[in-house]
Ligand binder design. Structure first.
Ligand code: C5P
Length: 245
């Protein structure tokens, strides 16, 4: 069966994963968090004592990524090498601050790209387990939502729908701060201003790296979420999907 692919890209903390997850839930689609895959490789490197920032480690990290399996058995779990649930570990600020060297590694991106395309094709059935898809005007489709930085440009350039989420960086920082408070992940000394600086730094790195930089695809629909509620974001994208069915 045809899988309707929704690519959601945008800068850090623009609401991609929250929106993508709720959208996938509402429509009975699969959901893939591609950022979690870069986080998983970073996690594996750090645990093995390999520094992602050291260019001398690039070849080794590329090989490590090619030999890694990352799967998503449901909306919230990230499983490393078919056995270890690292969903919570990969959200730490240590991972976030070390991810740049992994995300800029060409071999890592090639390995993850292959995995991501396979996931979108349905090569890993657990991604779609229990997903029923959506019926609209008598037509039924199965779909998958993938969020990241290069999904619409590089990973799925022929996605049925591409959305580029943007939001004011002050608002993104405040949202990230609130989320950390809610999840009890706020580290001491953390402020909205610091988070804002970190987000802007990461966006700058993501936009200016040589391989697969963060960029809006020419055929993506831009959605500014600065003054939208999550529900409004989800509804807006749902409408774009139903219009294209
Ligand atoms: O989306 P998330 O904040 O978890 O992504 C973490 C980092 O992973 C991004 O800042 C970016 O460097 C990298 N990433 C990427 N390409 C993707 C998804 C994430 O380079 N498709």
């Amino acid at each position: 069966t045809r899988i309707f692919r929704v690519a959601i890209d945008g800068p850090a903390a623009s609401g991609k994963s929250t929106t993508a997850k709720l959208l996938a839930e509402k429509l009975g689609f699969g959901y893939i968090d591609s950022g979690a895959m870069y986080r998983a490789i970073t996690f594996k490197c750090l645990r093995m004592g390999i520094s992602p920032a050291d260019p001398k480690n690039a070849t080794e990290i590329g090989k490590l990524a090619a030999a890694t399996t990352i799967t998503f058995p449901n909306m919230t779990s990230v499983i490393l090498d078919k056995k270890e649930d690292i969903s919570s570990e990969i959200r730490s600020s240590t991972i976030t601050s070390n991810i740049g060297g992994v995300a800029a590694n060409k071999k890592v991106r090639e390995a993850l790209a292959e995995m991501q395309r396979g996931l979108a094709r349905g090569d890993y059935p657990e991604t779609f387990e229990g997903r029923k898809g959506v019926t609209h005007h008598g037509k039924s489709i199965m779909g998958m939502v993938m969020d990241g930085r290069d999904i619409g440009t590089v990973i799925l350039p022929d996605a049925e729908l591409k959305v580029f989420l943007i939001a004011d960086s002050q608002i993104r920082a405040q949202r990230r701060y609130d989320e950390m408070v809610k999840r009890n992940k706020l580290e001491s000394g953390e402020t909205v201003e610091k988070i804002k600086a970190e987000l802007e730094q990461r966006d700058h790195e993501d936009r200016t790296r040589e391989v697969s930089p963060l960029k809006q695809a020419s055929d993506a629909v831009e959605l500014d979420t600065s003054y939208l509620t999550i529900q409004q974001q989800v509804d807006a994208i749902e409408k774009l999907i139903l219009d294209r069915m």
